[in-house]
Design a protein around this ligand. Structure first.
Ligand SMILES: Nc1ncnc2[nH]cnc12
Ligand SMILES: [Zn+2]
Length: 338
């Protein structure tokens, strides 16, 4: 491991944009398929990996939803979460706020509670065994309708004291944030935080909508905000956190190559950008791989990498005292590396 890789591995960081279903590795897909007696349309792990060539978000989503079909029991969700936390801990993650897509499972007849209890069990075990804290964010699938989102929020009611917030994901184009304004209003009355994918493939106007109509606390992706200087100013002045996912952006062809990624431009514009993995099993790497990719591709120095890590705690839903402790650990690591 060279000096930069060692610095990145030891840099305390939070992951704020991770779809737990997107951490399903092909090996696990086979294991879960076997133990649940579910057929999958692939013969080998290599054939699965070979299918991961995407030209846009929808290409990926079609495969991602099909892959999730192997997840059936509470143990599957627990094992999936634990496997993610083990990889994240090895990458220096101290805290993670993870997304899950309940509708992907309830629409297949899996109870909301099976998913939630399994994930919560994995999260609790990760905290005791690995020292990684975490929170859960329930994402609504935006290609489905508002009524389905309301139904899902009602199903979540018994678990809401253990769910930090709600999010919005899936096919962005044609499904603007405005479609879910009323669900997000209902969620805020229940004390939930609000995040949304916006400006991943969709226009800057969708980011404005997410701010104005959903009242988001955090912006997932947000790359297309760079098309709109007034929006950039608004995001910078309000200290809005952007959960940027570099390898995902390249894999889904939203950025032509990693050396053209705008992560350092975002920082230079005063945006509170963070680095995250999105769907690491599908996009070529976990959070450490994303940091290494932008560090090399954009020539980031240790100060910039530490800023990205500090932003991840500042943008988290952790209480101030925990954020202060994590930021002090970053400063100590930076001082040691100097
Ligand atoms: N990158 C992404 N964009 C939108 N929805 C998603 N669901 C999982 N990954 C996603
Ligand atoms: Zn995402």
């Amino acid at each position: 491991m060279d000096d930069l890789d060692a610095f990145i591995a030891g840099l305390p960081k939070a992951e704020l944009h991770l779809h737990i279903e997107g951490s399903l590795e092909p090996e696990q897909m086979f294991e879960f398929a076997r133990r649940n007696g579910v057929a999958i349309p692939f013969d080998t792990v290599e054939a699965v990996r070979a299918a991961y060539a995407f030209s846009n978000l929808q290409d990926f989503l079609d495969i991602y939803y099909a892959g999730a079909a192997v997840l059936r029991t509470e143990a599957d969700f627990r094992d999936l979460a634990l496997a993610y936390f083990e990889r994240a801990a090895a990458d220096g993650v101290r805290h993670a706020e993870i997304f899950f897509d309940p509708q992907t499972h309830t629409h297949r007849g899996i109870a909301f509670g099976t998913v939630a209890e399994g994930l919560l069990a994995g999260m609790a075990e990760a905290e005791t065994r690995l020292g990684v804290t975490s929170q859960l964010i329930l994402c609504f699938l935006r290609h489905l309708d508002e009524a389905d989102a309301f139904k899902t929020l009602a199903e979540a009611e018994p678990w809401l004291d253990r769910i930090a917030g709600i999010g919005l994901d899936s096919s962005e184009l044609g499904h603007p944030p405005s479609k879910f304004a009323r669900v997000f209003s209902a969620a805020v009355e229940k004390g939930l935080k609000r995040v949304a994918h916006a400006g991943e493939e969709g226009p800057a106007a969708y980011v404005h909508e997410a701010l104005d109509l959903l009242g988001i606390d955090r912006l997932d992706h947000g790359n297309r905000s760079l098309d709109d200087p007034v929006l950039v100013t608004r995001l910078a002045r309000t200290g809005m956190t952007l959960t940027v996912c570099p390898l995902s952006n390249v894999k889904l062809c939203n950025v032509p190559a990693i050396d053209a990624h705008p992560i350092d431009r975002m920082l230079a514009l005063g945006l509170r950008a963070t680095v995250n993995s999105d769907d690491p099993a599908y996009f070529g790497g976990y959070i450490g791989e994303n940091y290494r990719a932008v560090a090399r591709g954009r020539g980031l120095d240790k100060g910039q990498l530490a800023m990205l890590a500090r932003n991840s705690f500042l943008g988290s839903f952790l209480p101030d005292d925990a954020v202060a402790t994590h930021c002090a650990a970053i400063d100590a690591w930076l001082a040691e590396a100097a």
